[in-house]
Design a protein around this ligand. Sequence first.
Ligand SMILES: [Zn+2]
Length: 154
Amino acid sequence: MNHDSENLRRAIALGEEAGRRGNRPFGAVLVAADGTVVAEGRNEVATSGVVTAHAELTALGAAGPAAAGATVYASGEPCPMCSAALVWAGVARIVFAAAEADFSAIIGGHPRFALGCAAVVAASDAEIAVSGPHLGDEALVPFRRYVETVEETA
Ligand SMILES: [Zn+2]
């Protein structure tokens, strides 16, 4: 769990960066089996105008075929779109920090899905381990900060 925590903290830091740029505060890191960082991604929906520019998809786009067999670390539980994309990419593991129910309680927003990451993966024939939530309150800090920033500038 040591490397997992380290990589999750990097994903959370990328989420903070996304939030400072005016995007919802999600980050993701793809790490190869040997520990090499393959790609990083930040949520870019607001700044790019591309509704599918979630952190996980941004990272997958940067990784290309190198995503296969990697572990994805996400600051927040991947949505059904990203979870399915991670299955398509052939990642080996999905590790996330904040649970969807917990970050949605802070930042709100629509739509929401009653389908978690583990359920999407379980509905596929892929063998992918899903692990989360992790890091407890630490994982929620970027979401609280994001809401404060939005309220200050409103
Ligand atoms: Zn997503």
